[in-house]
Ligand binder design. Structure first.
Ligand code: DAV
Length: 360
């Protein structure tokens, strides 16, 4: 045996996006439905999805395409397992079931994108307060796993439950004519995927699902060890930072050339602009832009899982010194994410530290 064994790290342990991966949750689209429409979704969605969600919210995802996506998720899980990584999956959930509060009612979404709703910071899994009403109970499919990690010593922190009343939403916000955000600071809300982890530093973007109140909650909840840096990005549709900047190794940042705003935090980092996505405009994308091409998952600081058809990115990363693991995932793209979105790295070998300039 070479290298430290699993026992050397707590059951929940992940400080960065690049330390060697030991255990990961891979999402599942089984039981998934189209989101129940709410106005604050508009600025984040591809144009046609507004109509599709309004008409089909709460009804099952297109069966054949979703089945192909689920096969890709299973195939991805198998690739990780073959490399000795422990893979766990959510419990089956029927997302068509409705729920609500005294103010509103909604059906669910899917269990495909654990990155959006959970974040591991050090030895703790944080449950986030998501602003899409349809995502209010999304964590339920992952609760069995979280309880199991907690019983084995993992940390578990849940943000205050948001009410998601109309006061959270800027009802008049028109993305065509206005800059700003579709949510107010009525209460703390954020999606986990608006954060990116760099050891003892986290980077976060304000977005249409993450407000200042949410960022401040996270900053205080994480305590004095961790520093939370809000960074400007050039993205009027902002929702999730993981198709904008993805660190692949200490000092190596993959960025979206349309969205990345140079930042002194990365003064000493090499920056690679992701090539244009390979996917054509006819492919169905219900939630996201084709920039999911750069939503890659690092297995360690030399190895990256990349979608098999993204040849320009495969070439660019290989030239940059990485070993790429090509995996089919374009059907999953359609439902809101690629390898980073569809996973939650519960345990990586690493102990944190300072990687960003100007933070010590
Ligand atoms: O549409 O480029 C993708 C992020 C998904 N979690 C986009 C953002």
């Amino acid at each position: 045996m070479s290298g430290p064994s699993e026992e050397d790290f707590p059951v929940v342990n992940s400080y960065t996006e690049w330390d060697p991966l030991e255990e990961v949750i891979v999402g599942s689209l089984a039981g998934g439905v189209f989101p129940t429409w709410q106005e604050s979704m508009g600025p984040t969605l591809p144009h046609d999805s507004v109509r599709i969600f309004k008409e089909r919210g709460g009804t099952p995802l297109p069966a054949e395409h979703a089945a192909a996506a689920e096969e890709e998720l299973d195939g991805f899980a198998a690739v990780l397992q073959e490399r000795g990584i422990t893979v766990v999956r959510p419990e089956p959930v029927d997302h068509a079931r409705t729920f609500g509060t005294p103010q509103w009612q909604s059906a669910g979404n899917s269990s495909g994108m654990p990155r959006d709703l959970l974040i591991v910071v050090g030895d703790t899994i944080v449950e986030t307060p998501m602003s899409w009403r349809c995502r209010k109970h999304e964590v339920d499919a992952f609760r069995g796993l979280i309880k199991s990690y907690f019983r084995r010593g993992g940390g578990w922190l849940a943000a205050p439950q948001p009410e998601l009343k109309d006061a959270l939403f800027d009802g008049d916000f028109d993305p065509a004519t206005e800059t700003g955000w579709a949510i107010t600071d009525f209460e703390p809300v954020f999606d986990a995927a608006d954060f990116m982890r760099f050891g003892d530093d986290l980077v976060v973007q304000r977005s249409h699902v993450t407000n200042e109140f949410g960022i401040e909650w996270m900053r205080r909840a994480l305590g004095s060890r961790f520093r939370v840096h809000e960074v400007p990005v050039n993205d009027p549709h902002a929702m999730h930072i993981d198709a904008t900047m993805v660190p692949l190794a200490p000092g190596k940042l993959l960025v979206n050339p349309d969205r990345y705003v140079p930042n002194p935090l990365f003064r000493d980092w090499e920056i690679l602009e992701a090539p244009k996505p390979a996917l054509g405009p006819d492919w169905p994308m219900y939630f996201c832009s084709p920039w999911l091409s750069m939503n890659v998952l690092s297995l360690d600081e030399k190895t990256v899982v990349v979608e098999r058809q993204e040849q320009p990115l495969l070439d660019a990363l290989t030239d940059w010194g990485f070993t790429c693991v090509p995996v089919d995932f374009r059907h999953v793209y359609s439902f809101g994410g690629s390898f980073h979105c569809a996973t939650l790295d519960v345990r990586r070998r690493g102990r944190g530290g300072t990687y960003l300039d100007g933070t010590v």
